[in-house]
Design a protein around this ligand. Sequence first.
Ligand code: HEM
Length: 215
Amino acid sequence: MNWIKKNWQWTALNLLALAVMVSLLWQFVAVEEFNPNYDPLLISSGKWAMRFLLLCLLMTPLNTLLGWRRAVKLRKPAGLWAFGFAVAHFFLNVIGLQENWLRAPIPDYMAALGVIGLGILTSMAATSTRWAMKRLGKWWKRLHRLVYVAGLIVIGHALLESSNKRVAGYEPQVEIELGLYLAILIMLLAARIPAVRSTLASLRHKHEVRREPVS
Ligand code: HEM
């Protein structure tokens, strides 16, 4: 009980992700009619991968800029769930294809962006252990910085796929949603610029000084 009290954010994040994954798999098993133009489960799994990827990226600024130290503990599970949903998304695509995926593994440049994004997420998931961190040394940090590149690539992939595959016809709000994710990603990237970082840190410091009780 004490452990759950201490780690409730970590528990909540994992339970939420697990519930979404089970619901996706459940819907996949229960689906009766398949529309080759639009597969809501394919889109939904891609969006969840995107959401967990953004959540993973949000944790560092929450720690460094807002001083919420527990956020660091949530970065790895959020990243691993992003990878898990991306894998589910990939397999839903392969299963839903009319022909064998191996005949045309990368049909166009939009799919290529998705494959590159999945490749980056796979390399990060594979090196997410302490052992890999030690073995890779300074290369570990360099490799894991690619997560921002992965974010930009998969948003590009999603925006292009959404307009091209007529997804927007079934889900008119999808481009607005993806635009919002892109805006969040740009803000997270901006928060890494040293000048922005120090301005935000000094604002936080001023705010904390003002809140301190006068003794
Ligand atoms: C982290 C997020 C994502 C990753 C890593 C990812 C990756 C992939 C991969 C590897 C494929 C298979 C490409 C192939 O056939 O070789 C794919 C297909 C697809 N993805 Fe994503 N994706 C992501 C998010 C999204 C989102 C958010 C959407 C739309 C809102 C989306 C829409 C699609 C569509 C429509 C296809 C089918 C393409 C086709 O039929 O040729 N993806 N994705």
